[in-house]
Design a protein around this ligand. Structure first.
Ligand SMILES: [Mn+2]
Length: 305
């Protein structure tokens, strides 16, 4: 059996594409099952509920004989220790990040906005027919990663996949996106720590360990009203991670605007250099910024390399 999973702190594309790729592998004669490496966020739970698909189980300890397939990342920092594990394949839309494998493997990396868009093309190429629930799930992944086409990462191929899948499923793109983003924006019952970790990645930049967290929301005030408590939780998490830097972006997906929070003067100085912004009391505004991959990580790397 091939265990398929995406990155830690999974988002909708990570969990959705694990399910979609496990389905694809099964259709092509393999035995595969989807897993997840962490708790699902509220958007993902909403989408799975709508599709009538069960949440994949948490991946436990990886046994030596376990074969795995990876989606939506190739970054060792976002994966369990895999140096002794046979990796069947990777399907991803992120840049190469230094994963070393013990054997050759099949890798499909494409510069699209979403793993599910790559899977859309693979399904088409094979002449497979997506069941309605899988088509809804695939559409939801692309809507999530592209912020319904508003993220600058969105390619024409992502747009075509969304239009095709919307037609196939009968879902209205705008209504579906609104419902997904409303689910994601509801912070009720979440601690500051939950908010900071719900969409969060650890990076190595130069010699530094850097945590970059995002909160995509239609209602930034739900988080920003708790600015002081969030900054205190950032300080604690940074110590726990032994991270050198921590940047938290509250991304207003309606206005296409990010508000950056930092918890130290060192981090503030790096942010000033990276984004040429004013920071006061650990907070700065970044109009037009929504994409971690395209607009946040590259400027940070230019300063920290
Ligand atoms: Mn993705």
């Amino acid at each position: 059996m091939i265990a398929v999973f995406g990155h830690k702190n999974p988002d909708t594309d990570s969990i959705g594409s694990s399910l979609l790729y496990a389905w694809y592998l099964t259709q092509t004669g393999q035995v595969a099952q989807a897993f997840r490496l962490g708790e699902a966020n509220k958007e993902t739970l909403y989408v799975l509920g709508l599709c009538g698909i069960d949440l994949p189980p948490l991946m436990g300890e990886i046994e030596p004989a376990q074969v795995v397939a990876i989606v939506d990342t190739n970054n060792p920092a976002e994966l369990p220790e895999l140096s002794q594990t046979q990796i069947h394949s990777i399907v991803d839309h992120h840049k190469l990040a230094g994963l070393v494998t013990s054997e050759p493997l099949s890798v499909t990396l494409r510069p699209l906005a979403c793993t599910a868009t790559i899977l859309f093309a693979m399904v088409k190429e094979r002449g497979l027919q997506l069941p309605p629930a899988m088509a809804k799930l695939m559409l939801s992944c692309v809507v999530s990663d592209t912020l319904n086409g508003t993220s600058p990462t969105t390619t024409d191929e992502d747009r075509r996949a969304m239009q095709d899948l919307a037609l196939q499923t009968g879902l209205s793109l705008q209504e579906h996106a609104d419902a997904m983003f409303a689910a994601k924006s509801n912070l009720a019952g979440m601690t500051e720590r939950d908010i900071l970790l719900s969409d969060s990645k650890l990076f190595t930049m130069g010699s530094k360990k850097v945590r970059v967290s995002s909160l995509e929301t239609t209602d930034p005030s739900q988080a920003l009203d708790k600015q002081d408590r969030l900054i205190a939780a950032m300080t604690a998490l940074k110590v726990e991670d032994a991270a050198d830097h921590f940047f938290f972006f509250v991304v207003d997906i309606v206005r296409s605007h990010a508000t950056l929070l930092v918890c130290s003067e060192t981090d503030a100085e790096i942010a000033r250099q990276a984004f040429a912004l004013e920071l006061e009391d650990g907070r700065g505004e970044l109009p037009g910024v929504v994409s971690r991959k395209k607009q946040i990580i590259p400027p940070l790397e230019r300063v920290l390399v």
